[in-house]
Design a protein around this ligand. Structure first.
Ligand code: UDP
Ligand code: MG
Length: 150
């Protein structure tokens, strides 16, 4: 089954949005297979956002992400990477559609509440940065056919 790395950023944690965000993913039918709070060390932020290291916004992004605890998750489900990107909405919350997490909860691009992997390859890379294999839990729900057509 597919997996994605999803992270409530420090602004989302401070604003009390963790529960609402977890609820949205659960209600969609996705399965939470790993989660924890962490004050991300600089090495993890640099690894996570390595494609952006040379961008002008990188210093402020690093300060933002290291400004408080993040809530790190791995979600599992069919096509979860694309689904999670749709659920979080466009990077700039002002352009994100209402009904998406960024569209409903954010205003500034530098306070956009949540991260989700942008491809299956990124998801594998990001999960490995933040979680050990034994911290990700595979389990079967009582009846997966209430979510999936087999
Ligand atoms: N970001 C920013 N200013 C920008 C572009 C990006 O502060 O002009 C931050 C923002 O937090 C964004 C993150 O850098 O979520 C990573 O940027 P990316 O383009 O990968 O967006 P995402 O994949 O998070 O939608
Ligand atoms: Mg990105």
């Amino acid at each position: 089954m597919d997996r994605s790395f999803v992270m409530v950023k420090p602004d989302g944690v401070q604003r009390g949005l963790v529960g609402n965000i977890v609820s949205r993913f659960e209600a969609k039918g996705l399965k939470l297979v790993a989660a924890r709070f962490e004050n991300l060390p600089e090495t993890c932020v640099t690894e996570q956002y390595k494609e952006h290291l040379s961008k002008p916004f990188f210093p402020s992004l690093k300060t933002y992400i290291m400004g408080g605890p993040c809530f790190l998750m791995v979600w599992e489900g069919r096509n979860v990477v694309a689904i999670a990107r749709k659920m979080i909405g466009s990077t700039n919350p002002q352009e994100a559609a209402p009904g998406t997490i960024r569209g409903d909860f954010g205003i500034d691009i530098g306070r956009n509440v949540i991260h989700a992997s942008d491809s299956p390859e990124s998801a594998a890379r990001e999960i490995a940065i933040h979680f050990k294999n034994n911290e990700v839990f595979s389990y079967t729900r009582i009846d997966e056919s209430v979510v999936y057509e087999y």
